[in-house]
Design a protein around this ligand. Structure first.
Ligand code: ADP
Ligand code: MG
Length: 341
């Protein structure tokens, strides 16, 4: 018997735990290391936030239907979303790329036009990075830096029993957008003469190709003096993220199926794929909305915030995390396997 453990046995989160469980923190300024949407560093009068996300060709994006400009924009967005998930404001990014000779300079110009567009839109400065070659594909890694007042930082671990569970925007759209792109790619592979039929799918395609970090929601919460008790961004689907919140906060959750916000176009297009919209919201990914909890006292205040829906409440740990259907039936939310390995 050789000592070989397949990555798939651990999965993404198991691997991260395995690699980081014995790390020792030595700096008194390190407030939060591995385990949240961003690291938290004490900068005296405020906290600094740092987060990194990498996009890999063939794993996170398919060059046959991803415009490079959108890809650049998205690489920035997904990182800014993790700063938002700490209730923070993004300030700077660095950008590292590994690129094969398959790509001309003009392609990199397109990528950077998207990156700079996102920087302008969200007022963050691009302050550095790294450039190297790759044998075949394109890899983009962005690090985002942000700040948050010490009293306002939101961790995954702060949810309390009876807190209200809230979500911004609507869910499931990015997953349906991806299904449409994959469908058109298959049609195109069989018959390259046929132009892709993407008419009427603008919203869901924008959701997958050009997600926006919810800096607006963070500002609204601040404006209404709402301090989330816990927060995470939705990159892997509502189900996976609610399990993270419950694990870190040592609690359970009840989410009401009919309260999950789903856009009308998303719901219609789900029907074409014979998919339940709420299943797309739970198990699809890449919506980059914010999932957070607030104290019940803030219910009045949150009802004034248009882009936010209250979808459930926090329960005790023993009751687990479950979806409640209109007739009262409850289904436990289970962790999904990791697709990458
Ligand atoms: P998110 O989906 O919010 O980007 P991830 O699931 O990618 O978060 O990562 C979870 C946590 O694990 C984060 O705190 C991240 O910094 C940390 N992490 C991920 N990969 C590694 C790694 N290879 N080494 C150390 N920490 C890591
Ligand atoms: Mg995150």
């Amino acid at each position: 018997m050789s000592d070989r453990t397949e990555l798939s046995e651990l999965g993404e989160f198991g691997l991260i735990d395995h690699l980081t469980k014995d790390l020792k923190l030595t700096q008194s300024t390190t407030i939060k290391g591995v385990g949240d949407d961003a690291a938290v560093i004490d900068r005296g009068d405020h906290y600094e936030l740092i987060t990194t996300d990498m996009l890999v060709e063939g794993v996170h994006f398919d060059m046959s239907y991803t415009p490079l400009k959108h890809l650049g924009y998205k690489a920035v967005s997904v990182n800014l979303s993790d700063i938002c998930a700490m209730n923070g404001t993004p300030t700077q990014i660095t950008v590292s790329i590994a690129v094969s000779s398959r790509f001309p300079v003009e392609a990199m110009d397109e990528l950077y036009s998207g990156i700079t567009q996102a920087c302008e839109r969200y007022q963050v400065d691009l302050v550095g990075g790294d450039t190297t070659s790759s044998l075949t594909g394109l890899i983009i890694s962005v690090t985002a830096i942000g700040r948050v007042e010490k009293s306002e930082v939101a961790y995954r671990s702060g949810a309390n029993e009876h807190d209200l569970i809230c979500v911004s925007g609507d869910l499931g759209g990015a997953y349906i957008g991806l299904q449409i792109l994959e469908r058109e790619k298959e049609v195109w592979k069989e018959n390259p003469e046929v132009q892709p039929d993407l008419e009427g799918f603008d919203y869901v395609l924008e959701r997958i190709l050009k997600p926006e970090p919810r800096t607006d929601v963070i500002q609204e919460l601040r404006k209404h003096s709402i301090r989330p008790t816990s927060m995470i961004d939705i990159s892997d689907g509502l189900g996976s993220e609610i399990l993270h919140l419950c694990k870190h906060s040592e609690c359970g959750a009840r989410i009401y199926d009919e309260k999950i916000p789903i856009d009308a176009a998303t719901a219609t297009q789900c029907q074409d794929f014979n998919l339940e919209p709420s299943v797309c919201a739970l198990n699809g990914g890449e919506d980059y909305e914010l999932l957070f909890t607030i104290s019940q006292e803030d219910f009045e205040k949150i009802s004034k915030v248009k882009q936010v829906s209250v979808i459930g409440h926090i329960t005790d740990k023993a009751s687990g995390a479950a979806i409640v259907y209109p007739q009262g039936e409850e289904i436990q939310i289970k962790a999904q396997g990791w697709k990458s390995f």
